[in-house]
Design a protein around this ligand. Structure first.
Ligand code: RTP
Length: 148
């Protein structure tokens, strides 16, 4: 089964949206296999967003992302990466469809509440960065009600 790295950013935590975001992934049928509330330092966040280091908004992005705790999670299930991105909605909240997390709960790209891996390979790298201790493995009694 595919795994994706989903992170509730500092604004999502401060605005009390942790439960709402977890609820959406649970209710969709995905399985939570790792989760922690953590306050990463600048170096860690720069590693996470290394591919954006040349962007003009990089310094602001790192300041925003280190301004408070984040919730780091790994969700597992069929097409978890692509479906997770769909559930988050477009990066720009103005382009995110209503019904998506960003479409429903935010206005500006610099405060867009959540992160989701954009490809299976980046999910693997992000999971290794955020959960070097590894993730859990457990069998869900609901599996046969989610998958045929
Ligand atoms: P994320 O990594 O956070 O899930 O976002 P993404 O893949 O949808 O978008 P990406 O291009 O990787 O951008 C990462 C985050 O940087 C901030 N951003 N600000 N001011 C701007 O123009 C701008 N563009 C991007 C957003 O917080 C975005 O989620």
């Amino acid at each position: 089964m595919e795994q994706t790295y989903i992170m509730i950013k500092p604004d999502g935590v401060q605005r009390g949206l942790v439960g709402e975001i977890i609820k959406r992934f649970e209710q969709k049928g995905y399985k939570l296999v790792a989760m922690k509330l953590t306050s990463p330092g600048e170096e860690h966040m720069k590693k996470h967003y290394a591919d954006l280091s040349s962007k003009g908004f990089f310094a602001g992005l790192i300041a925003y992302m280190t301004s408070g705790p984040v919730v780091a999670m790994v969700w597992e299930g069929k097409n978890a990466v692509a479906e997770g991105r769909k559930m988050l909605g477009a990066t720009m909240p103005s382009e995110s469809a209503m019904g998506t997390i960003r479409g429903d709960y935010c206005i500006e790209v610099g405060r867009n509440i959540c992160h989701g891996s954009d490809a299976v390979e980046s999910a693997k790298k992000e999971i290794a960065l955020w959960f070097p201790e590894g993730v859990t493995s457990w069998s869900s009694c609901e599996s046969s009600w989610v998958y045929e």
